[in-house]
Design a protein around this ligand. Structure first.
Ligand code: ADP
Length: 155
C-alpha cells in the first residue's frame, strides 16, 4: 500500500519553511501531494494559479511531489487521493495548539487518516507567510524567506 501524504496549506506565498518541511518529509512517504486550499478565513494576496505555479517551480524535478488544488475538507481530499497521512509543520506553541485541534477533529471525522507533524528547523521557524505578505506590501526584500526561483516582484 502506498504511503501518500497530503501537505495542505494556503502557500500565500510558499516559503522556505514550507519547502523544508516537504523535503524533510519526502523520505517518510512514497509521495507527497502539496494541496493548495482556498483558505476560507483569509483572502489571499496571490491568485491560486500564481501560488500553484510557485509550488510547481519549487518542486520541479521531484517526481514524488505533486501540487494540487484543494476544495472542501482536507480529510475528504485525502480519501479521494488515497492518502492516509496529513503532513503539517510546527513552528511554535501557537502552531502546536492549532494543529492539535485540527488533527484531533480530523481524526474524529476520519480515524484512518493520521496527522504527521514535523518541527520546523530553527533556521526556518520564524518564517511566516503573513509577515512575508506585510513585507511585500511595503516593498521589502523577501527573497531570503522564499524558495530559490520564487520572485514575487516578477522578472
Ligand atoms: P495555513 O493557512 O493552513 O496555516 P500555511 O500555508 O500558512 O497554511 O502553512 C501550511 C503548513 O506549513 C502549516 O502546517 C504550517 O504550520 C506550516 N508552516 C508554515 N510556515 C512554516 C515554517 N516556517 N516552518 C515549518 N512549517 C511551516
Amino acid at each position: 500500500m502506498n504511503r501518500i501524504a497530503v501537505f495542505p496549506g494556503s502557500f500565500d506565498p510558499v516559503t522556505k519553511g514550507h519547502e523544508e518541511i516537504v523535503r524533510r518529509a519526502l523520505p517518510l512517504f512514497d509521495s507527497i501531494i502539496v494541496a493548495i486550499g482556498r483558505n476560507t478565513s483569509k483572502s489571499s494576496m496571490f491568485s491560486l494559479e500564481q501560488r500553484k505555479q510557485w509550488l510547481v517551480d519549487t518542486f520541479q524535478g521531484e517526481s514524488r511531489i505533486q501540487v494540487k488544488e484543494l476544495d472542501g475538507l482536507t480529510v475528504d481530499f485525502c480519501r479521494l487521493n488515497e492518502a492516509r497521512f496529513i503532513l503539517r509543520g510546527i513552528r511554535n506553541g501557537g502552531d502546536f495548539e492549532y494543529e492539535r485541534s485540527i488533527a484531533q477533529m480530523n481524526k474524529a471525522m476520519h480515524p484512518a487518516i493520521e496527522t504527521i507533524l514535523l518541527f520546523a528547523d530553527p533556521a526556518m521557524a520564524a518564517i511566516n507567510s503573513t509577515i512575508v505578505r506585510e513585507i511585500i506590501k511595503n516593498k521589502g526584500d523577501v527573497s531570503q524567506f522564499l524558495p530559490a526561483g520564487v520572485n514575487v516582484y516578477g522578472e
